[in-house]
Structure formats: C-alpha cells, structure tokens
Design a protein around this ligand. Structure first.
Ligand code: SAM
Length: 282
C-alpha cells in the first residue's frame, strides 16, 4: 500500500469528485428520513496543503487553489457552495491550508439522524481518521478492506444513502474489481446510490470499463467526466471520471451546469473538456 492521498489532496480530480459527492448529499437531505454514507476508501480525512507531501507535487494549486477565491457565475456558484463551504469551514481564517477529504466533507453535511461509515485499510491512516472523529457517535471508522465491506454492510438499516468507492488505482485490475464489486453490491442493495471514481489516463481502458458496466445489465448508470488536457504519451492522469448508479434525478442537469465552469477554471490553457452521458438508462 504505497498510495498516499496527501500528495494529491485538493487536486482537480478531488474537486470534481467532492463536488459530485456534495450534490448527492444535498439531494439526500431533501427528505427528512435518515441516510447512511459508506465511504469504502476513506483516507485520513484532512490534509495539510503546506505539508511535505502536498508541497512536493503542488497539485492542489491547480485544483482547489484555482477555485476557492474566484467569483463563480450563478447558478453554478450555488451548486458548488456546499462543497466550498466545507473547505472554508476547515480554514476559518481565510487562508487555504487544510483540505477536507471525503469523510470530513460528508460529516460536514450530515444531519443528526444521518450516519457515516468510513473504511480505511492502511493502519496509520485509519488511526489518524479515527482520531479525527473521536467521540463522534455519527461516524464509525473501521480499519478494514473497503471492498469486503460492500459485501457485509449492505443494505444499511436506513435503506437510503450512498456508497462512495474511491480506490487508489495502484494495482493492476482495479477497473475490473470496480465492476465486480458493483455487481455484488447492487445485488444486495439495488436501491442504493453508488459513486465510483476512476482515473482517466488512457481512453482505451476507460472504454473497456464502460463496456463491462454495460454488460452487467445494471440500469441507471450516469457517466461524468472532466479532462484538463488531451491524452498524451506516456499516459498520465489528464482527467477524472465518476460513474453514479441510481443518481438523483437532478444530478445530470446539475453536472451540465457545474462542469463547464469547472472545466474552464481547471483546464490547462483552455483545454478543459467535460461530458455527461448515460451508460445505462432505466
Ligand atoms: N476518498 C478519499 C477522499 O476523497 O478524501 C481519498 C481516498 S484515496 C484515493 C484511497 C485510500 O484508500 C487510501 O487512503 C488508501 O490507503 C486506501 N485503501 C487502499 N486499499 C484499500 C482497501 N482495500 N480498503 C480500504 N481502503 C483502502
């Protein structure tokens, strides 16, 4: 387990991923009934952008660094507000230094009745995450394999909620694992919302992934992507993707509003592009 999210926290991929996360949570909050979020690859929860790792890559400067202080146009600004507010909440004196990860952003948006289950396999990271949520009865942090949790913790007792799957993609075969895990999880809880993140390095591997998703027969899969520059050789991360199963009915339209704005801000030299499409409909 070599992957350390501290090198990448707050980069363009995190911005898009966490924007989608907050839009799904905003939708779940429309109803009073409790929901649960299961974050299978949670990380440590908060990242110091002035720390060694973040400074070495500087990735956040071309991600959240570009977004936090600009005046955004409406209606995108309103849709981005829950995400940006969760970042601001960690930086009360106005200087951007701390970036909240997915469990911290989720926690920010939970109401009293809602719950978060966060899984993190790396022992040190799980320990740090536990410390960040010490005495918080709404959050349960477990030092276990997030893939396995998909088998054992579904469906949650609330019967509403989101499963966020954000693996490090440091091993070969991660795309295949995403598909098989989704099949298993969806069989146990067909009504849940599932958000699976994936890197865009080579289009060929993304297309294989999409084809495999289609072949599962699972309905209602929305594909959301943003690239900051065209693909190049050797392949490196140039885009970020998320598939959302059972997306809130407003998500497609919200993404069509927000992504053009994000593509303009995050894209390198006007080369940012975005797309929203359905892999499978009803
Ligand atoms: N979701 C986090 C966020 O948005 O702030 C970032 C997660 S990072 C991309 C992936 C994390 O998964 C790393 O912290 C890594 O230690 C952890 N990890 C790797 N394999 C795992 C597994 N099988 N189960 C749970 N966590 C795992």
């Amino acid at each position: 387990m070599n992957y350390r999210h501290a090198f990448h926290a707050g980069n363009f991929a995190d911005v898009v991923k966490h924007t989608i996360l907050t839009r799904i949570l905003a939708y779940l909050m429309r109803k009073e009934a409790a929901f649960r979020v299961i974050d299978t690859h949670a990380g440590v929860g908060i990242y110091d952008l002035f720390g060694n790792e973040a400074e070495r890559t500087g990735e956040w400067q071309d991600g959240i660094g570009r977004l936090i202080h600009v005046k955004l146009p409406e209606p995108a600004a309103a849709l981005l507000e829950p995400y940006l507010a969760s970042v601001r909440a960690r930086n009360p004196n106005g200087t951007l230094r701390y970036y909240p990860g997915s469990p911290m952003i989720t926690r920010q948006l939970l109401r009293e009745q809602d719950r978060l289950m966060a899984l993190e396999l790396h022992p040190g990271d799980a320990w740090a995450l536990k410390k960040n949520f010490a005495d918080d009865f709404q959050v349960r942090v477990t030092n276990l394999d997030g893939w396995a949790a998909l088998g054992t913790h579904l469906p949650p007792k609330e019967k509403r909620g989101l499963v966020l799957v954000d693996p490090p993609f440091e091993e070969k075969g991660e795309f295949t694992r995403m598909v098989s895990s989704l099949e298993k999880a969806h069989a146990r809880w067909p009504g849940g919302i599932y958000a699976y993140w994936y890197p865009i390095k080579e289009w060929a591997e993304v297309e294989v992934f999409v084809k495999a998703l289609k072949a599962t027969g699972i309905p209602k899969i929305l594909r959301i992507e943003l690239t900051i520059r065209p693909a190049s050789q050797p392949a490196r991360l140039h885009g970020t993707g998320m598939i959302v199963v059972n997306p809130p009915f407003v998500l497609e339209e919200e993404m069509r509003t927000v992504l053009p704005v994000l593509a303009e801000i995050l894209g390198e030299e006007d080369r940012g592009r975005w797309s929203v499409s359905w892999i499978a409909g009803e």
